[in-house]
Design a protein around this ligand. Structure first.
Ligand SMILES: CC(C)(COP(=O)(O)OP(=O)(O)OC[C@H]1O[C@@H](n2cnc3c(N)ncnc32)[C@H](O)[C@@H]1OP(=O)(O)O)[C@@H](O)C(=O)NCCC(=O)NCCS
Length: 342
C-alpha cells in the first residue's frame, strides 16, 4: 500500500531543472533545487520525512542550518523525495535528510537526488568534499556514487537514560549568561573549524537549553540541547543533545548530564520525553572513544552506529582528505557530539 499521503499528492506542480526516466516503472521525476525554501514546503517535507522515513523533525530543525534543499517531484507534481546540503566546515558540505517515498524506492530516484546535490556542491567550488552518515538503506547508493566510509569517525546513536548519573567533576555546569553564551559559540567554532553561530543562537533563543562548564574564567565544555517534535501526533517530542564540545571526556559528561537534569525539571517531564544523542567518536592516541565514554558515563544507552562517509569533490587531492581526518583525530577537544552542522 502506498504510504504517500494526500498532503503530498496535493503539493503544487513545480518546474524542475532535470528529469529522469527509469526502466522499472517508467516513472518520470523532476529534481528541483530550493535555495530559499518556503515555510509551506518545509512543512510538507517534515510531514513526509515523518511518514516515509520515521524522522520527527520540525520545520525549525530542517531550516536552522540554512540548507539548500533538493526536492523530487513526480509527473503530477507530488513530492516523492528530498535531501539537504549545507556548509559544515571550511572543507566540507554536509548532506542529510535524504529520503524517497517508500512506494517509489529502488527505481534510481535516490541516486538521482544525491547526484543533483553533488552537482550543486561541485558547482559552488567552495569546498572539497561532501560528508554524511548513512543508514543501511543508503549504503549501496552512496558507495556507488563514490562515497567512502571514513573508518576513524563514526556516529553512535544513544537513547536517553531513565536517571542521570551524578557528575564526578568538581567543576559545576550551569546555564551561561548571554556573554558566556557568545564565548561558548567561539569555543565551538575553534573545535569545529567553522562558525555555526547563527544556528547556535537560534537554538538558544528557541529552546534556552545550554550548559557550560568553566575552569577559572575559561570555558572548558559546552552542550546545547533542543527538542525534536513531530508535526503529527504519532511521535513523542524528543530531546536531542548537541553540539557538545569539551576539553575532556568527563567535562562532556558533566554538561550533558546538566542538560538532562534541565529537561527533567522542565516541560518535557510532563510530556514523557524520550531522547537520543549522536556522538562523533574520534580516535585519539590510545583513547579511541572519548565521546562515547562521556555519554556512557552519564548513563546513555547505545542504540546503534552509523558509518560516516565522504566523497571528494572535483579535482581535490586525496591528501587534503587525509589531512581533514587528521584534523579531526588530533583535535584537542575530546568529546564532540552534534545533531546538525552549519
Ligand atoms: C536510502 C534511500 C533514499 C534510497 O532511495 P532509492 O530511491 O531507493 O535509491 P536508488 O533506487 O537509487 O537505490 C536503491 C537501491 O535500488 C536499486 N535500484 C535502483 N534502480 C533499480 C531498478 N530499476 N530496479 C531494481 N533495483 C534498482 C539500487 O541498485 C540500490 O540497490 P542497493 O541498495 O542494493 O545497492 C531510500 O531507501 C530511503 O528513503 N530510505 C529511508 C530513509 C533513509 O534511510 N535515508 C538515507 C539517509 S542516509
Amino acid at each position: 500500500m502506498s504510504r504517500v499521503s494526500s498532503s503530498i499528492k496535493s503539493s503544487k506542480r513545480t518546474q524542475g531543472k532535470s528529469t529522469q526516466t527509469t526502466s522499472k516503472s517508467l516513472t518520470k521525476t523532476t529534481v528541483k533545487i530550493h535555495e530559499a525554501p518556503t515555510s509551506r514546503l518545509l512543512t510538507q517535507l517534515t510531514r513526509l520525512q515523518d511518514q516515509e522515513a520515521g524522522w520527527n523533525q520540525t520545520t525549525f530543525d530542517l531550516s536552522v542550518s540554512k540548507p539548500t534543499i533538493a526536492v523530487v517531484y513526480d509527473k503530477n507534481g507530488a513530492i516523492v523525495g528530498s535531501g539537504t546540503l549545507n556548509a559544515m566546515s571550511p572543507q566540507s558540505f554536509w548532506m542529510g535528510n535524504v529520503f524517497v517515498a517508500e512506494s517509489m524506492r529502488r527505481r534510481g530516484i535516490g541516486s538521482k537526488l544525491v547526484s543533483e546535490l553533488l552537482s550543486h556542491a561541485e558547482a559552488k567550488k567552495s569546498r572539497s568534499s561532501v560528508v554524511l552518515t548513512s543508514t543501511d538503506l543508503g549504503m549501496g547508493m552512496y558507495s556507488r556514487l563514490g562515497f567512502k566510509v571514513v573508518p576513524s569517525i563514526k556516529i553512535v546513536m544513544y537513547a536517553r537514560p531513565p536517571t542521570v548519573a551524578p557528575t564526578r567533576s568538581s567543576l559545576k555546569p550551569r546555564v551561561p549568561s548571554k556573554a558566556e553564551h557568545e564565548e561558548a559559540i567561539k569555543f565551538d567554532e575553534k573545535s569545529n573549524g567553522a562558525s555555526r553561530a547563527s544556528m547556535l543562537r537560534s537554538i538558544y533563543k528557541q529552546y534556552g537549553m545550554c550548559a557550560v562548564l568553566k575552569s577559572g574564567s575559561s570555558i572548558v565544555a559546552v552542550a546545547w540541547g533542543r527538542y525534536l517534535a513531530s508535526p503529527t501526533k504519532d511521535h513523542q517530542p524528543e530531546l536531542q543533545i548537541g553540539p557538545v564540545v569539551a576539553k575532556k571526556s568527563e567535562y562532556a559528561a558533566s554538561v550533558t548530564g546538566e542538560l538532562l537534569r534541565m529537561d527533567q525539571g522542565g516541560r518535557s517531564a510532563k510530556k514523557g520525553m524520550c531522547g537520543s544523542a549522536m556522538v562523533l567518536s574520534v580516535q585519539r592516541g590510545n583513547d579511541s572513544k572519548p565521546g562515547m565514554r562521556a555519554f556512557e558515563s552519564v548513563g546513555f544507552m547505545k542504540m546503534g552506529e552509523m558509518p560516516y562517509m565522504r566523497k571528494t569533490l572535483g579535482r581535490s587531492s586525496s591528501s587534503s582528505d587525509s589531512k581533514l581526518d587528521l584534523v579531526r583525530a588530533s583535535s584537542s577537544y575530546h568529546a564532540m557530539a552534534w545533531w546538525d552542522l552549519a
